[in-house]
Write a protein that binds this ligand. Sequence first.
Ligand code: 1CP
Length: 345
Amino acid sequence: MDKNLKNDLLIRAAMSQPTERPPVWMMRQAGRFMKEYWEIKNKYSFLEMCKTPEIAADVTMLPIDLLGVDAAILFSDILVTAEAMGGDLSFEQGVGPRFSNPIRNAKDAEYLNVDCLDKLQYVADAIRVIQQRLDGNVPLIGFAGAPFTILSYLVEGGSSKDFKLTKTFMNNQPELAHSILQKIADVTVEYLNMQIAAGVNALQLFDSWALALSWNDYHEFSHQYNKYIISKLNRKDVPIISFAKGSSVFAPVMAEAQPDVVSLDWNADLLNIKKALPSNMAVQGNLDPFVLYADKPVIKKKILELFERMRGEKGFIFNLGHGIMPDMPFDNVKYAIEVIKEFRY
Ligand code: 1CP
């Protein structure tokens, strides 16, 4: 554990050590629900923000300075690995990510380049600037997208509701799908090890769309690559959080990949899940993010319900089951964090 951290709650909880209260951070905490984000975003494109270390650091620091969360998360996106491999990525306002060169067959996939770590150096640079700014106050979480989730964007050419093209691609061209997944996995190993070398204190692997997969397909097209990645990280004292949305049914399989923390959404009872996992494996989650639209007494009640359920458990990190929505009232998010920070086991 990094002895230089002034607040190491997240690291202790991730390592299943005792904490005086659950640590809190929220997915998409460095984003669009803050007017301070828009003051920066109005001047730059999203990718410019990610690729300019000083700006990425400014945005990463917003939730630390304005909300007082227990961890910072690098301002970037899961799709930067696919871009470095050759995907022609843009982010359109209100539409989301788009690849203009989607992959539907072997010829389309020819552009994919695994030797691309140099194109991601800006992330290592951003991590170093952020760590200077954080000055040991709270840990910094680095991250990457899991191969299946990245593949889905490359095949669909953007976001998808039903993953029809991705599933048809995997069903009809499984060998090609596997060769691409392996390439993404190899880049992700190098990329996350680069983040560790640059100084992140924890890592999260986002398999946001694993929920689309059947039990067998999850094993074949997602789990084995996540396991491969986690097994190849120079993790030393850097805990690894494995996140999937809508996937509590996969939690025991996620645990087989041996992350330090399994992060789940709100479908599951977190305590029941924790009891089903190895005893030294922590859990992260799992408040329904839509609770943050409710009145403050409701927000407080739902947070305390979760905390009472988890009372006495080592290895629990508070998070939402998925990200903060862009139109969530800032005041409610801030209030939730105050409630969490006042709680004591
Ligand atoms: O959490 C944070 O605040 C840190 C930064 C971060 C992270 C961890 C961003 C900034 N994106 C991500 C991960 C990410 N990106 C995921 C995994 C987590 C999740 O499930 O939400 C996914 C699926 C993406 C893909 C993505 N990036 C989308 C589409 C989501 C979908 O429905 O398909 C979108 C809209 C983005 C853009 C993006 N990424 C991040 C921000 C702040 C934005 C908005 C850019 C803008 O201001 O226009």
